[in-house]
Design a protein around this ligand. Structure first.
Ligand code: FAD
Length: 418
């Protein structure tokens, strides 16, 4: 492999989102010399504006029966919880077919078990990393409240709660005064709710990402602002070609480039069916409403999160690819719904945002060695749960680079499973 740069880096990570940051932190703690490459900076893209949840109880793969049943209703509303721009449908179709197949009972069950194991690790690893990096004060431990507008909607959620109960996830169904106590000022349209005490949020996902990065830097990690245009690898090393035409060689390469990772994997000979579920939100000034804990409106596909930096209203899924410009009518539609659900909400002064969830059809990330070269490790495709699973992913990536036995079975996460 030819290279213009003389020295070989130890570990190069492509992607300075929360996954790359956590991988850098774990590797730097182990004494490895890490360099993150990112075209925009540290925690500046999807990891900057998400809903801030450590959603450790969110173990259900998305392709579950209930969701597939909801699809026709959701797709009928162009600004509803789920949308597909018609022109994108032909490109999306192979992914949709895989998604539909992932809902088959045995596949669903396997995905559920894999996610449940991953979430146990996720919680333990985040609590450890928060402590070691001095970021524990950014954690909010006040649970979440999921809300239902009808008995029928509540009943439809019960199989999902029963599945969570099998994995010892705590929750409590609530109604009436209990709902009002957990969140004063809610519209009376919500007849039932579920309180999940173990759900956690962070003060602001961008601030957390930057703080964890500061910790990684203090342990020796470096950053280089660059777009990586080409990657190549053999058993011994990887080569990165930057947008300015220069190259870097590295003993190990970690691909953690979020929704763009499949483009790099393809250059390494691996076809991974990564799509993006684009999501939208609006962050209102802090005083917009006194929200006590994260509120989840699953039937409408969005959440409201009280952050240190404001009140974030958003979610939804737009299966529209990585190239199309954002349609902020979606942010506005979610904010209008939020006003109905919290009648006292002040909707003025918000900042709209769109991010690219990197999503695999079975809702399970790819965490593993690239088939073609022992020098490359993949860490992407965390979908709705990248913040939640970032520390666990960092721990697993450290193990792969160091050649350690993983704390969980990595077979369900294999890049070879497609
Ligand atoms: C609306 C919304 C709400 C969400 N809420 C939550 C939540 O509450 N909890 C949760 O756990 N998850 C949530 N998520 C999901 C979470 O945000 C993502 O899973 C996570 O941010 C993905 O992190 P990442 O590091 O893989 O990717 P990213 O954050 O996208 O980082 C990838 C980085 O790679 C860089 N990159 C890509 N290609 C190249 C290249 N060729 N050269 C150089 N750099 C490159 C990009 O610039 C980017 O900075 C939400 C997502 C959205 C959209």
């Amino acid at each position: 492999m030819s290279s213009e740069s003389g020295t070989q880096l130890d570990v190069a990570i492509i992607g300075g989102g929360i996954i790359g940051i956590c991988a850098a932190a774990f590797l730097a703690e182990a004494g490895r010399k890490v360099t993150i490459f990112d075209r925009t900076g540290i925690c500046e893209e999807t990891s900057s504006g998400n809903a801030a949840a450590f959603a450790f109880s969110d173990v259900l793969p998305l392709a579950h029966k209930g969701m597939i049943r909801q699809l026709p209703k959701w797709l009928a509303d162009p600004l509803g919880p789920l949308s597909v721009p018609p022109a994108y449908l032909p490109r999306l179709l192979p992914w949709l077919i895989r998604f539909w197949r992932a809902g088959a009972p045995e596949k669903y069950e396997a995905g559920l078990a894999a996610q449940a194991g991953m979430m146990k690790l996720a919680e333990a690893e985040w609590m450890g990393l928060l402590d070691r990096s001095g970021t524990r004060p950014m954690l909010r431990e006040d649970g979440s409240l999921e809300l239902y507008e009808s008995e029928a909607e509540f009943r439809a959620s019960l199989p999902g709660w029963a599945a969570r109960a099998r994995f010892d996830i705590g929750f409590r169904h609530v109604e009436g005064e209990d709902i009002a106590t957990l969140q004063p000022g809610l519209s009376p349209r919500f007849v039932k709710g579920t309180f999940v005490p173990g759900w956690k949020t962070v003060a602001d996902p961008k601030l957390l990402g930057k703080a964890v990065w500061a910790y990684a830097q203090a342990k020796g990690a470096r950053f280089e602002m660059a777009r990586i245009d080409r990657v190549a690898a053999n058993q011994d090393e990887a080569a990165l070609t930057l947008a300015d035409g220069t190259t870097r060689r590295a003993r190990h390469l970690v691909v953690a480039a979020g929704a763009w990772s499949h483009l790099l994997a393809r250059q390494l000979g691996d076809r991974i069916p990564l799509e993006t579920e684009r999501g939208y939100n609006t962050t209102l000034p802090k005083g917009a409403f006194d929200v006590k804990r994260q509120l989840i409106f699953s039937g409408h596909g969005f959440v409201i999160t009280p952050l240190e930096t404001g009140l974030r209203v958003g979610g939804a899924v737009e299966l529209g690819g990585i190239e199309r410009p954002p349609n902020y009518d979606r942010s506005k539609a979610l904010l209008q719904k939020a006003q109905k659900f919290l009648p006292g909400l002040d909707p003025v002064g918000g900042r709209e945002w769109m991010g690219f969830r990197p999503s695999l059809p079975d809702s399970v990330p790819v965490i593993g060695r690239a088939p073609g070269g022992r020098s490359v490790v993949y860490a992407f495709g965390h979908g709705h749960l990248g913040l939640t699973q970032a520390a666990a992913t960092g721990r697993l990536i450290r193990g792969l680079v160091l050649g350690q036995t993983p704390p969980i079975d990595l077979a369900p996460f294999s890049p070879l499973r497609f």
